[in-house]
Design a protein. Structure first.
Length: 63
């Protein structure tokens, strides 16, 4: 259970940082920004699926 909390925190931090960087320093094209945000969200969920299931919601993942 402890690994789940750690993975959840790291994934949430990484996703927030990635989305912030895409929004602030990303391309000017809005469709490209949307595509990059979608790819990063799906990527982070996919990377953590083995540890916390297919969601990045602590209430859903832990109970």
């Amino acid at each position: 259970m402890k690994i789940g909390f750690l993975v959840e925190g790291l994934l949430t931090f990484g996703l927030c940082l990635a989305l912030l960087m895409i929004l602030v320093r990303g391309p000017n094209n809005l469709l490209l920004k949307l595509l990059l945000m979608a790819i990063s969200t799906v990527g982070f969920i996919g990377r953590g699926a083995n540890y916390i299931g297919p969601s990045m919601n602590p209430a859903n993942a832990f109970g």
